[in-house]
Design a protein around this ligand. Sequence first.
Ligand code: COA
Length: 210
Amino acid sequence: MKISNFIIKPASEFDRHAIASIHFNSLNKDVVSILGIKYLEDVFYEYLFSKVTTLSFVAIDQDTNQVCGFVIGSPEQDIYKSMILNNFLRTIRSIFVSIIKKPKNIFYFFSIFLLLFFGKGYKYLNSDFELEYIAVERKWQGKGVGKALAKIIIASASKSYKKCVVKTLVSTPINIKFYEELGFKKFLVIGNRVWLEFNFKKQFIREGIK
Ligand SMILES: CC(C)(COP(=O)(O)OP(=O)(O)OC[C@H]1O[C@@H](n2cnc3c(N)ncnc32)[C@H](O)[C@@H]1OP(=O)(O)O)[C@@H](O)C(=O)NCCC(=O)NCCS
């Protein structure tokens, strides 16, 4: 699919480094990015790419042939939990190194641990697909890349699932607007976390994607 001077294509193992860099540079810091680009590339995206159910696309800047954005999603509930349990020693080592470098991180990891293992959230149905991450390199933002990536993953997920769910933060109204303009509807808010859904039957199959 070609749109102006970028193209969208399915992501492959070879894009892991570029995806990890964009994740690290463009997304709000999260539990996996705080552990560094190497962890993102070798553990987190390695894990996601090893799952046959993962859907992922990259946008390629046609002038430089470099990845300028990506989207990745999965039907797996609690992706962090299973990823961490599958890579337990590597994760513990990376957390330890991160705390040595920046002792304040201990509070961050503790709060994430509480959230992951005891926090309330949305419980997926088998027919749900989660848009896990979407990010566009800063200099490419606002040029339609994010919308194109989101539309293609929604269209792909609609072949096998009933709805696409995305979680973002109440404190990022730009992201909420981005999803709402694509047709997502808010359905759950807990603290600073907000869940939006794109119901394929209601919004896509009948009316066509916005
Ligand atoms: C959110 C993000 C993926 C959107 O991608 P993008 O390529 O910048 O977005 P698009 O150019 O396709 O714009 C789509 C819509 O998003 C909104 N939008 C995107 N960036 C915006 C900005 N900086 N300011 C205001 N609105 C913005 C607009 O509503 C825009 O619609 P319009 O073109 O009709 O005005 C991108 O800005 C990004 O990577 N942000 C940082 C990472 C992130 O927060 N990801 C989401 C995690 S939940």
